[in-house]
Design a protein around this ligand. Sequence first.
Ligand SMILES: *Cc1c(COP(=O)(O)O)cnc(C)c1O
Length: 395
Amino acid sequence: MRKPDGRGYFGEGFGGRFVPEVLYEALAELERGMDAAFADPSFWAEYDAMLRDFVGRPSPILETTRLTGTSEAATLVLKREDLNHTGAHKINNTVGQGLLARRMGKKRIIAETGAGQHGVATATIGAKLGIPVDVFMGELDVERQALNVYVMKLLGARVHPVSGGTRTLKDATNEAFREWAARVEDTFYIIGSVVGAHPYPYMVREFQKVIGVEARAQVLERYGRLPSDVVACVGGGSNAMGIFAGFVGDAGVRLWGVEAAGHGLHSIDTAASLNAGTIGVLHGSRSYVLQTREGQVRDTHSISAGLDYPGVGPEHAFLKDSGRATYVAVDDEEALAMFHACAEREGIVPALESAHALAYASRLARERGPDGLVLVNLSGRGDKDVRQVAAFDER
Ligand SMILES: *Cc1c(COP(=O)(O)O)cnc(C)c1O
């Protein structure tokens, strides 16, 4: 799978490095450290061992039996990232970047977090490696996600509430960039998705690629053929890039990214950057952004906090424009219905983010018919969402 060009561009101009000068050198140092680590087999050996013993990889695949509700549908197979330590795919990336931070001699890790899932995954690897962690989180999110804030503290991290802007993820990200600029010498910034300035989108994809590499081998072994379709939800886009990376070279496999439509693609309350956004710059790279005509970043909405982000990774913008992947959207209501259906019919409570992918995959499986083989990334488990869903159901 391709690397971005020397300036960090995928295709004709998605990605890049749109940052103030102080961060430019920090990103260049990060890229040198990353290149050296990626070329060193002992780095990957350590990463593989940590994924095996600490995260619990490889995660299995599971054939659903009742989810589509008909025997006329395609075989629908789940990649079980929900079984990872800390409950989602995010730990694959924080393990990789945590090991890189230690290798580069950094004494402190910082991270941004929205719902708190990336904060928890970062605090987890910080604790394991003995590196102090500072997490930046919007004030509103600190209130909404009290449990994850407590878990981060249990893991020894310091959580810094951010009071600017809408007091949510994009403000926390701005603050983390500022903090990095203030202390680049001793600080490693772990970004939680395939977003940000070069080399983050590429680096995070490489750390999530394990999902697709495993899944491709598992499907081939069990079914003797490749899937007809691969489906994943897209917030920043890391679990989707991770599973797509295993199949992007297989021309016969269709790739589907599922965004959060929120209340609908044509409403203001959406988070579907690729479907409803326009090209712009956010958090250091050029991609699709939900913005006003004047270029102000819009407030977004999704029932799932992990998909509630106004930008999307630049490689997805490239895959969209080149036609290699197709991006669709599922609204709050359909995702919520699938959350329940998956619990009742498969015995798995999925993350609300993953429920978006499952909903589209289930539709696709019915469309494809019995000859199809649809693989969907179950990016995380839904324990974190149970309280919110309960409140929703009581309306
Ligand atoms: C954070 C999260 C997402 C969205 O992030 P991506 O970078 O788009 O993968 C999806 N699913 C789960 C379970 C998450 O925690």
